[in-house]
Design a protein around this ligand. Structure first.
Ligand SMILES: CC(C)(COP(=O)(O)OP(=O)(O)OC[C@H]1O[C@@H](n2cnc3c(N)ncnc32)[C@H](O)[C@@H]1OP(=O)(O)O)[C@@H](O)C(=O)NCCC(=O)NCCS
Length: 290
């Protein structure tokens, strides 16, 4: 099969193919963008994207992409239209592996109803991980902040925030460090403190595709839960994203097991958009290859 690496001349066609697949839950790959114009803009901006394409008689019929970050590959697809899914997806996967450096881990995140995608990843040695829900809130649904907003993080709080993060997200690879190391127009960290102790934090950032603000991390110390800190942190971040940074909507992902958080989001103006499942495959690399 004649498989080629994506070039700028392909951006428009690829973005349209992804948009068509991502509007259908049966073929949706979450986190690979929703709208063709946003996806195309991201292709122009981002250097670490590796996409393989299959064309038949000039028509694009298959796409598999990967975003590489710190020895990890985040897969987009496979997206196949008008060709055999199994054959095309396999061919794209082999081509992708041949062009990428050795990675420690591959991850994919599919709509829970995307069964052909799930079968593809399981067949290639991926393990099914936890389910997760994606919530969204349009700017118009932003609720008022009843009470004092959270304060902006400053480096004096580093140890205390790190301590709380390790307790709240012990089982998760989500990192707080990038938010503490640099805050700019695209990224912010807010906290609540009691004395010298951080009792809650929320991390937020701006996304290009989909174009939205994102709530990346939220945690409240177990000793002060159910007193309204979680809601005020969430709304402080949502106000920053929508009112200060002009985002048209705010999105977030929450894992299946976090029922407390899901109730909080629903009460605070967020609606469930999609349910997804992660698939991952790990490799142990010799140290010198890292
Ligand atoms: C999710 C989390 C941030 C919520 O924080 P929180 O400070 O307890 O949130 P709130 O106090 O605003 O809301 C929690 C509940 O307390 C209730 N509450 C708030 N103020 C109250 C008050 N003064 N008196 C009585 N109840 C109150 C709310 O109604 C809410 O109840 P409900 O969710 O059953 O409707 C917290 O549980 C947490 O850190 N969990 C672990 C990390 C996590 O799951 N993070 C989210 C990952 S995506």
């Amino acid at each position: 099969m004649p498989i080629d690496r994506m070039t700028p001349a392909d951006f428009g066609d690829v973005a349209k193919l992804i948009e068509a697949h991502n509007t259908n839950p049966l073929t949706q790959c979450l986190h690979s963008g929703e709208h063709a114009d946003e996806i195309e803009a991201l292709f122009h901006k981002q250097g670490a994207l590796h996409y393989q394409l299959l064309r038949e008689e000039g028509k694009l019929v298959g796409v598999l992409g990967c975003e590489v970050e710190e020895h990890r590959g985040y897969l987009h697809g496979p997206f196949v239209a008008g060709a055999s899914f199994t054959q095309t997806a396999h061919a794209l996967w082999h081509a992708l592996q041949a062009t990428l450096p050795l990675l420690e881990r591959w991850d994919s995140f599919l709509n829970v109803r995307n069964e052909q995608g799930a079968a593809f990843y399981l067949e290639h040695g991926f393990r099914r991980g936890q389910g997760a829900q994606i919530y969204g809130m349009p700017a118009a649904a932003l609720q008022p902040l009843d009470g004092m907003p959270a304060q902006r993080f400053t480096p004096d709080w580093t140890e205390s925030v790190r301590f709380l993060h390790e307790l709240a997200f012990a089982d998760s690879p989500l990192e707080i460090e990038p938010f503490m190391e640099s805050q700019d127009e695209d990224r912010a960290l807010f906290i609540f403190a009691q004395g010298s102790r951080c009792i809650g934090y929320v991390a937020a950032s701006l996304n290009d595709s989909p174009l939205e603000g994102s709530i990346d991390l939220l945690a409240v110390d177990a000793s002060v839960r159910n007193q309204g800190y979680g809601r005020r942190l969430l709304l402080t971040a949502a106000h920053w994203l929508i009112q200060e940074r002009g985002m048209p909507r705010v999105g977030l992902t929450v894992r299946d097991m976090r029922a407390d958080a899901r109730r909080l989001y629903q009460r605070s103006g967020f609606a469930l958009l999609y349910t997804g499942v992660g698939y991952s495959r790990e490799h142990t690399l010799p140290r010198r290859q890292l």
